[in-house]
Write a protein that binds this ligand. Structure first.
Ligand SMILES: Nc1ncnc2c1ncn2[C@@H]1O[C@H](COP(=O)(O)OP(=O)(O)O)[C@@H](O)[C@H]1O
Ligand SMILES: [Mg+2]
Length: 487
């Protein structure tokens, strides 16, 4: 009898105790009237403390974050390193041995977890309404996702483990994370329009996130490169900098960029539109070691501006033919300079925001609108990926994520033949159609030029023209500089 009573009491008690893992239902206390049914789903979504479909930001996020991120990974410091160290993996020879590849794999796994943790932390320090912006949430979640994937990746012990790890790295470079670049910029633009964050702070935030992104990509790409070298029997890096750097002919890159711009101008106007003459001057034979994608991006963005301004000026003034564009190549031991001179009348308006990701509200709205029109961006969401547990969603069909678990299809020729292109998000952004004026070309280029110990300046003489001066550091001159300190 006694036993029965106590059991029934316990039963009764448990029925009335709310489950502590559930959010209490506060709505019954709320004085707010129910919202219009049609709008309700949208409004409710914005009132939640975390996105409802998120895998990482949920009720457990705070505790997970405390124990894993704050108490563990944030206590570890990232390792700034030089390009030589990166290519040689803390050993003074460029010979690739099995052990070195495995050590490199171990290092990359740990270093990427630490670097991602520090970036997550810097996003967490932002005001809530900034990090809660739709685009920044995408970046935050994607960073958390990468952090978790690296952190939980099993330790690399054997060369077979490393083949799998390299495939995993390639997948990370190609899956939905490749949308982080546009999301970061769109987030900055939205915050400018809504006046959520001071412009100078936003620019500093974006530069630091972009610099860290470059460093992380270098670490990952270098590891994929040495792994694929090793797989294909090439047991030595060609360069002290590593094989992701290549000897680039200045003239060839300029000519390629100008061809792209000519096509872009023909698309913009008509096929027979007179094109400006291109004169290349100075150190015509200059060949230097650089990251091909970065050089292509920088010259492409800058020449796009020059061509556009020159042809517009030709039309505006009703000239007989467009004014020529003169590119002068200059070098000394430490740096290379590309001076791109046009006679297109100078920068039309005195826009102080030319180097900023923020811009004025009006220009930010224009840029944002064009971002929204960029093909391939609207349709992919991080949440699709998280919900499709089996397969990652790719940005486009031609760029299917790498789903193999071993590295067989990846040989050195595969890497260098262009089948697998590094930094596709950057190049895709640069090759966008003229229709999409994004207004952030110069701001981006400055970050990239400065990363490589260089600079980007604009000297405009109103009524005459503009000199755009791109300076890049000679990486072979300072291969031991701790270049990857931007974390
Ligand atoms: N060579 C140039 N001559 C005249 N104006 C230029 C030149 N280069 C850049 N500009 C001005 O700087 C602005 C910002 O350039 P950019 O950051 O590349 O963004 P976007 O080209 O998308 O507008 C351009 O819109 C243009 O007004
Ligand atoms: Mg531009």
């Amino acid at each position: 009898m006694n036993r029965f009573t106590s059991q029934s009491v316990r039963l009764k008690h448990s029925v009335h105790t709310p489950d502590i893992s559930q959010i209490p239902n506060f709505t019954k206390y709320s004085p707010i009237k129910p919202i219009n049914e049609e709008l309700a789903p949208y409004v409710l979504e914005t009132m939640k403390a975390f996105p409802s479909r998120s895998k990482h930001i949920n009720q457990q996020h705070y505790y997970h974050n405390r124990t894993v991120l704050i108490q563990d990974y944030l206590r570890k410091r990232p390792h700034p390193m030089s390009l030589t160290q990166l290519a040689q993996y803390y050993d003074d020879s460029s010979q690739l041995t099995k052990q070195k590849i495995i050590t490199s794999g171990k290092f990359v796994k740990e270093e990427l977890s630490i670097r991602m943790a520090h970036k997550l932390n810097s996003l967490q320090q932002l005001p809530f309404h900034v990090v809660n912006n739709f685009h920044f949430v995408q970046v935050y979640e994607s960073y958390y996702n990468i952090f978790e994937r690296f952190r939980k990746y099993p330790t690399i012990r054997t060369i077979d483990d490393n083949w799998r790890f390299a495939a995993f790295l390639r997948q990370i470079l190609q899956d939905f994370n490749s949308l982080n670049l546009p999301h970061l910029i769109m987030g900055a633009l939205e915050c400018t329009i809504l006046e959520l964050y001071p412009q100078d702070k936003m620019d500093e935030l974006l530069s630091s996130l972009l610099r860290a992104r470059i460093s992380r990509r270098l670490i990952v790409e270098e590891h994929i490169s040495i792994t694929s070298n090793y797989a294909s029997g090439k047991k030595e890096n060609t360069l002290v900098l590593g094989d992701i750097f290549q000897e680039c002919s200045a003239k060839e890159y300029i000519v390629d960029a100008s061809k792209m711009c000519q096509k872009f101008i023909q698309d913009m106007y008509f096929e027979k539109v007179p094109l400006p003459e291109l004169i290349i001057d100075g150190e015509l034979d200059l060949k230097f070691y650089f990251l091909p994608t970065h050089l292509k991006y920088l010259l492409g963005e800058i020449l796009r501006n020059t061509y556009e301004a020159t042809v517009k000026d030709y039309i505006r003034q009703g000239l007989e033919k467009p004014q020529p564009i003169v590119i002068t190549i200059v070098k000394n031991d430490e740096s290379f300079i590309f001076r791109i001179s046009d006679r297109a009348g100078g920068v039309p308006h005195n826009d102080k925001n030319i180097w900023s990701f923020g811009k004025s509200k009006e220009r930010a709205s224009e840029s944002l609108e064009n971002f929204h029109r960029l093909p391939g961006l609207q349709t992919v969401s991080l949440y699709d990926h998280l919900y499709q547990t089996k397969h990652a969603v790719s940005v486009d069909k031609a760029n299917q994520p790498y789903r193999h678990t071993s590295l067989e299809p990846m040989s050195h020729s595969n890497l260098t033949s262009g089948k697998f292109r590094f930094e596709t998000p950057l190049i895709r952004l640069m090759e966008r159609s003229y229709r999409y004026k994004l207004g952030i070309g110069l701001a981006m280029c400055k970050v990239y030029a400065e990363y490589w110990n260089g600079d980007l300046t604009l000297h405009s003489l109103p009524g005459y023209g503009t000199d755009t001066v791109l300076k890049l550091g000679n990486l072979m001159h300072t291969p031991r500089k701790q270049q990857l300190d931007k974390v």
